[in-house]
Design a protein. Sequence first.
Length: 226
Amino acid sequence: MANIITIARLVLLFVVIALIYVGNVQVITLCILLLAVVFASDGLDGWVARRRGSTSQFGAMFDIAGDRVVENALWIVFADLDLMPVWVPLLVMTRGFLVDGLRAISYSEGMTAFGDKNMMRSDFTRWLTAGRFMRGLYGYAKALGFMFLTGLVAYREQDTSETFLGAVYDFDAFRFIGWVLVWASVALTVIRGLPVIVDALAVMSEEQRAESREPQPAEPARPSSH
């Protein structure tokens, strides 16, 4: 059931993206609400898995992969619509590939992305990457930032006069807060990814040193030719 929720979330995401490109002001306003559903369902699949006692390593990896699809797809869309510079999706995708690749190695060692068995080496990096507060801050900033950019598509490209969306986006303070959330999510993406890379490389370096210190089996004696 949790994996079905993740799949439905991705289907809804691409429906929203299609509507953003072809919709009018009212449709794009609806897309803002649908994006809220997309991000709210991110926590729902994990809750369902725990509730049904069906948590698994595959489910955790699939959930993270779903998050990456949502995040990367939306950054690419808003860069394509000239609301964000192209280096933003490139940066986010690079960070995701590196972090997920290193986490995949840690899974083979019995570690997890979050929880007590994560690869973080200090309380600070553990709080920064896996702490509930930082995960929540990043999640809300990202969700609200994407919802703001969705509305900005209609506000910049269509006639929003005499609409609720236009009335809201006419406020300079609202647009300022929206951009703060957008760039905060970009910054948190990098800030929360760096400790994973640094600590994972340190763990792998320690493992390599430990392996090098292990005694090597002696080679069998070669028979004499005499």
